[in-house]
Design a protein. Structure first.
Length: 366
C-alpha cells in the first residue's frame, strides 16, 4: 500500500487547509450586504464587478478600494433586486466569456483563472444568508458556479451509506469488493488490521462511490454513496431524498430513514490554488441500508459503487483515494462510531477541532 498521507490528521488538513488568521486577514475584498460580511473575493474579479452596469447605465456594485470591500448600490436593496441583478450580471459574464468559471469549455484558459476552471454553469441557485428582514434569512441567491469567485459559504449534504452485518452471518450474500480495482491491482495490499478500534457487536461495511471519470472536479476519486449541494429554499432533508434517488437509485422509502448526525465544517481553498478561500458546511447523515440493497449509478455522476469494510476505508483514506471533503465526513463517522478513539489516535482532539471549524459567515437559522 502506497500512502499519500502519514496519518489521519494529515488527511483532515488536506481539506481544512486555511488557518483562521489567514482567512480573516488577506488581500481579498469583503463582500458586504447590510453590514454583514458574506464573501471574500480575489482582486482579479473586482474590476469586472465595479464596472458592470444594469441596462448600460446603472452600476450594480460600489467598491471601496481603501477598505477593500464592496456591496450592492443603494438602489439594489431588496432580495428581488439582488437576485435579478446577480442573475443578469452572471448571465452576461457567461455569454461574453468574462468569467471563464461560468463556461462549459475550459481549454486554454489564462492562468489567472486556473482556480475555478473546474466549475461550470449549473442552473442551480445557492443561498446567501445573513438577512434579518427575510423570514428564511436569505439576502439573495446566486448561480452555484459563482460561489467560488465570490467566496460565499456553501452548504451540502453527505450521506454515509452502510450495512450492519450480524456477527453470526457469514456475509456470503453481500457484494464483495474487488480490491484489484480499489487498490490499483496492488497484489501486495494487506489491510491495516489493528489500526482501528473495532467496537463490539455487528460488523459495519460502507458503500462508497467511484466518481465518474468525466467529472470536472476530482474525477475517478472515491466519494460518499450520495452527496450534493443544498439549493436555495430547500431543506437538507429534502436534498437527501432528492440526491439519493438521482445519484444512487435509493427510493424514498429507504432514504427517508437517513439520520442527521450533525455537520462537518472547514475552511479550504479552491482546487489548484491557495488564494480563493472556500468556507463549506456539510450536513452529515447516516443511512443504514438493507443487507440486500445494491445502489445503482443513475445520473452519470458515479461510475460504480463498492461495499467495503472499515479497514479498507481507512487504508483508502491514507492513500488519498477519497475526495478531500468526503474524507472528512468518513473520519467523522469513524469518531462517532468508535473506530477512532483518544487511545488509538494521537491527534484525536485536533482532528475533532478541524472537523468542526467556526465559519465567520452567516448560515440558516430558524
Amino acid at each position: 500500500m502506497i500512502k499519500k498521507f502519514a496519518n489521519v490528521y494529515s488527511v483532515v488538513k488536506n481539506c481544512d487547509s486555511v488557518p483562521l488568521h489567514a482567512f480573516l486577514n488577506n488581500d481579498q475584498y469583503s463582500f458586504v450586504i447590510d453590514s454583514i460580511k458574506v464573501g471574500s473575493t480575489e482582486k482579479v474579479y473586482i474590476n469586472d464587478l465595479q464596472d458592470y452596469k444594469i441596462k448600460s447605465d446603472t452600476l450594480l456594485f460600489k467598491v471601496d478600494h481603501q477598505a477593500k470591500k464592496y456591496t450592492f448600490q443603494d438602489w439594489c436593496s431588496s432580495r428581488k433586486q439582488r437576485d435579478e441583478g446577480l442573475a443578469a450580471m452572471l448571465s452576461e459574464f457567461r455569454d461574453n466569456k468574462i468569467w471563464p468559471c461560468l463556461q462549459r469549455n475550459y481549454r486554454n484558459l489564462p492562468q489567472l483563472f486556473v482556480s475555478v476552471v473546474a466549475i461550470k454553469w449549473r442552473n442551480e441557485l445557492y443561498p446567501i444568508y445573513g438577512s434579518s428582514v427575510e423570514k428564511d434569512g436569505i439576502f439573495c441567491s446566486t448561480e452555484r458556479a459563482s460561489c467560488i469567485p465570490f467566496g460565499f459559504r456553501t452548504f451540502g449534504v453527505h450521506i454515509n451509506g452502510y450495512v450492519s452485518i450480524p456477527s453470526f452471518n457469514n456475509s456470503s450474500k453481500f457484494i464483495r469488493t474487488d480490491n484489484s480495482i480499489l487498490f490499483n491491482g496492488d497484489k501486495g495490499y494487506a489491510k491495516s488490521e489493528g489500526k482501528l478500534n473495532i467496537p463490539p457487536g455487528n460488523t459495519l461495511k460502507m458503500w462508497v462511490a467511484r466518481r465518474s471519470k468525466t467529472k470536472e472536479m476530482y474525477p475517478s476519486m472515491l466519494d460518499q454513496i450520495v452527496a450534493g449541494g443544498v439549493s436555495a429554499g430547500e431543506d437538507p432533508s429534502v436534498t437527501v431524498i432528492r440526491e439519493c434517488e438521482e445519484e444512487a437509485g435509493i427510493p424514498e422509502l429507504i432514504s427517508k430513514r437517513s439520520v442527521p448526525r450533525g455537520s462537518v465544517q472547514y475552511l479550504t481553498t479552491s482546487p489548484n490554488t491557495t488564494a480563493t478561500y472556500q468556507p463549506e458546511t456539510q450536513y452529515v447523515y447516516d443511512l443504514e441500508l438493507p443487507l440486500d440493497f445494491v445502489p445503482v449509478p443513475t445520473d452519470g455522476e458515479v461510475e460504480s459503487f463498492f461495499l467495503i469494510d472499515m479497514h479498507e476505508v481507512y487504508d483508502l483514506l491514507l492513500m488519498g483515494q477519497f475526495k478531500p471533503n468526503c474524507a472528512l465526513v468518513i473520519i467523522d463517522f469513524f469518531i462517532r462510531h468508535g473506530y477512532l478513539t483518544p487511545e488509538n489516535e494521537k491527534d484525536y482532539l485536533q482532528i475533532i477541532d478541524s472537523l468542526h471549524r467556526s465559519i465567520p459567515y452567516p448560515g440558516p437559522s430558524r
